[in-house]
Ligand binder design. Structure first.
Ligand SMILES: [Cu+2]
Length: 329
């Protein structure tokens, strides 16, 4: 208990969070708590071992310092009892840690039955969650207090889905399915990161896990399900929020990783690396989305950092995006 307090105080000082109960992100599930207990145990044991080893070394170095040339100290080669002791104690601790870790890992990796299944696809450089009723979302939205199974896949390279609040992480590998399960204890919004370096905009491959009450979740899912009947530009906006906002602002007239798309449509003499575009029309925007290398916005050359969306978007989706971009006046 005392060590627990020391640990928490120590990290408050180190990390500088006066309010924080601990230096770790909030604990979103039972698993998160188990992981933290094990981690705290490791930390405390390591601290104690560090004090014993380093402290002992300093103490002996000072106590048995050779004080003069004819200072004769005893010659000791080894001590069997001591050696057995310092081998067996760590061995027992390590086996204990292994067993503890194995139990938590087993619990973490056992997929719950009757879980809500969500397909999560990683691609350069965004995540798309797809629900059983066909709803697609750039954020992963789940109901609280319910077992959820995320079935991960990738359409290009290896990505890795990491939700720190839940202490879970899993690779999304092209050509096979992997899975993660979680059960959120409270509602809220939590960070999701990609933790496998996957190309230029890997660091921008972030999204949110939104945990809603069951009623709000049902409402959200139904509303999203109706979006197929939305006007094109509205559908385009939804898609834009999934695929494009890592690099372009949806509503603000300022550059992010890519240029602002406000006032783009209809612009005359639009500057690109190879000259100017007389008038920005549907075809220019279409080409910019599917084959970014063809024409590169001025100042963003020589190679475009934009994802080539050819093969990632259907014709209808491209049209809806163009219709949305047209509304950015
Ligand atoms: Cu990634």
């Amino acid at each position: 208990m005392l060590l627990w307090i020391i640990k928490n105080q120590l990290f408050k000082v180190l990390v500088g969070q006066a309010e924080a109960q601990s230096f770790m992100p909030a604990q979103g599930s039972e698993i998160a708590k188990s992981v933290d207990s094990l981690y705290s145990f490791l930390l405390i044991v390591s601290l104690i071992a560090c004090v014993i080893v380093i402290g002992g070394m300093i103490f002996f170095a000072i106590k048995y310092k050779r004080k003069s040339d004819n200072d004769k100290t005893a010659y000791i080669s080894h001590d069997t009892r001591l050696e057995i002791l310092w081998s067996v104690i760590p061995l027992v601790i390590f086996l204990f840690v292994f067993a503890w870790g194995w139990v938590i890992y087993h619990e973490m990796r056992t997929m719950p039955k009757d879980a809500l299944e969500i397909q999560v696809m990683g691609q350069q450089w965004n995540w798309t969650a797809e629900y059983k009723n066909g709803v697609k979302s750039g954020e992963i939205v789940i109901p609280v207090n319910r077992d959820v199974k995320l079935i991960l896949s990738s359409s290009d390279v290896i990505h890795s889905l990491y939700i720190p609040t839940f202490r879970i992480k899993q690779d999304a590998v092209p050509g096979r399915y992997t899975a993660l399960s979680l059960k959120a204890e409270g509602t809220g919004e939590f960070h999701i990161f990609c933790t496998e370096f996957c190309g230029t905009s890997h660091s921008g491959m972030m999204t949110k896990l939104r945990v809603l009450s069951q009623a709000d979740f049902d409402k959200w899912l139904a509303e999203e399900g109706d979006s197929a009947s939305l006007p094109l530009a509205e559908r385009g906006k939804k898609l834009f929020n999934i695929k494009c906002t890592a690099c372009h602002y949806a509503n603000e007239d300022k550059p992010k990783i890519g240029p602002s798309l406000q006032h783009l449509f209809g612009q005359e003499n639009h500057p690109v690396e190879s000259g100017v575009i007389k008038v920005v029309d549907e075809n220019y925007i279409r080409e910019s989305i599917l084959y970014p290398q063809a024409q590169i916005a001025k100042g963003y050359g020589p190679r475009s950092a934009m994802t080539a969306f050819q093969g990632q978007l259907s014709e209808k989706e491209v049209t809806s995006l163009i219709e949305f971009i047209k509304t950015l006046k």
